[in-house]
Write a protein that binds this ligand. Structure first.
Ligand SMILES: O=P(O)(O)OC[C@H]1O[C@H](O[C@H]2O[C@H](CO)[C@@H](O)[C@H](O)[C@H]2O)[C@H](O)[C@@H](O)[C@@H]1O
Length: 324
């Protein structure tokens, strides 16, 4: 058991939970222990996992909020530590690595500031990936790009045609929720977040009403939930699982049997990627959580500190593994 979990366990021994899936509730350790049997710690199982990774090509996928940076009240200051940045940089040197986030691609790049990894923003609806010259792509929604080092890249934005409607929805939401204290509407380019972490309980139902009334004008748009956030997404069949597949494909690893994706994430939108890994029976899915949760993920990590430790283990394993 990792140190953060031991410390938390000691200081929460008597806590009893009231609502099972509220991220802010105290931990019920009786159920966490039994939950861990189904979703064991990726730190505890590291040796076993790497045994299964021998002779395979590891590809790393990371969510941002709650995975690389701790959850904080103000989304604009959800910075990752320099230590975490250095570790992710090292991971990017060892394995093809991508960040797949609900944030806009530009915003997550501002937070992460690494040039040796790939980025998919807007829950995967805005991907910057390597250009595969040999592959004939459907060029719809694609644009070519070049990075600072002159590498040829491709940008894939499958929800492009909804951009103006997304902006309209955002404007209406801002107008309609302006009177509610603590609401924050975040522009994630191809989707948007309505944050209610700082909204008082009494105002939650009126916020919900306002959001619903805006969406009545755009009934085809999707409403999903994350941690103290409502997410509004365009009506396309595309999520973090599709983004994972797209990135593997762009890396030339889409149809390879010896590829082993490792996906680490903490929120409901990461379940699409976990579910894909589960369905394909290929790769490791790791949920970051300090509370028991329904999940498709096979393994777990307690918090961002354990994520950093796991990533460090991975890079150390790479440096001593015979294949490298
Ligand atoms: O896919 P992710 O990278 O996990 O993005 C999901 C949402 O993350 C952010 O919100 C969450 O983190 C904030 C900062 O810690 C926190 O204040 C908020 O309550 C959380 O829901 C981001 O701001 C959202 O736009 C993303 O949809």
């Amino acid at each position: 058991m990792g140190l953060p979990r031991v410390i938390a366990k000691l200081s929460n021994l008597k806590s009893v939970s009231s609502s099972t899936f509220d991220e802010d509730r105290n931990t019920n350790w009786h159920s966490y222990d039994s939950w861990l049997e189904k979703h064991p710690s990726a730190l505890d199982k590291f040796q076993k996992m790497m045994h299964g990774a021998e002779n395979k090509k590891i590809v790393v996928f990371l969510d941002y909020d709650g995975t690389l940076s701790p959850i904080v009240n103000d989304p604009d200051v959800a910075f990752m530590t320099d230590k975490m940045r250095a570790v992710v940089h090292e991971v990017g040197c060892c394995f093809p690595t991508s960040i797949i986030t609900g944030r806009s691609r530009e915003k997550v790049y501002d937070f992460v500031q690494l040039d040796n990894i790939y980025y998919a923003g807007s829950h995967g609806m805005d991907i910057m990936a390597p250009l595969q010259p040999l592959r004939v792509r459907d060029w719809k929604y694609h644009a070519k790009a070049v990075d600072l080092k002159g590498n040829k890249l491709v940008i894939y934005q499958p929800a492009n045609k909804y951009l103006s409607e997304i902006n309209q929805i955002q404007m209406s939401l801002k107008e309609k929720t302006a009177a509610i204290d603590g609401v924050k509407i975040e522009d994630n380019k191809f989707c948007m977040s309505v944050h209610f972490r700082n909204v008082s309980d009494e105002d939650l139902s009126s916020l919900e009403e306002e959001v619903k009334s805006v969406l009545e004008e755009h009934p085809h748009f999707r409403l999903t939930r994350g941690k103290k956030v409502l997410e509004i997404r365009p009506p396309i069949d595309w999520d973090k699982g599709h983004a994972l597949e797209y990135l593997l494909d762009s890396l030339g690893l889409g149809s390879s049997n010896d590829v082993l994706p490792i996906y680490i994430g903490d929120d409901t939108s990461d379940e699409d990627a976990f579910e894909l890994i589960h369905r394909k029976r290929q790769g490791y899915s790791i949920i970051v959580t300090s509370i028991p949760r329904e999940t498709w993920a096979s393994y777990s990590l307690y918090d961002t500190t354990e994520v950093m430790l796991f990533l460090e283990y991975l890079t150390k394993w790479k440096s001593i593994s015979p294949a490298s």
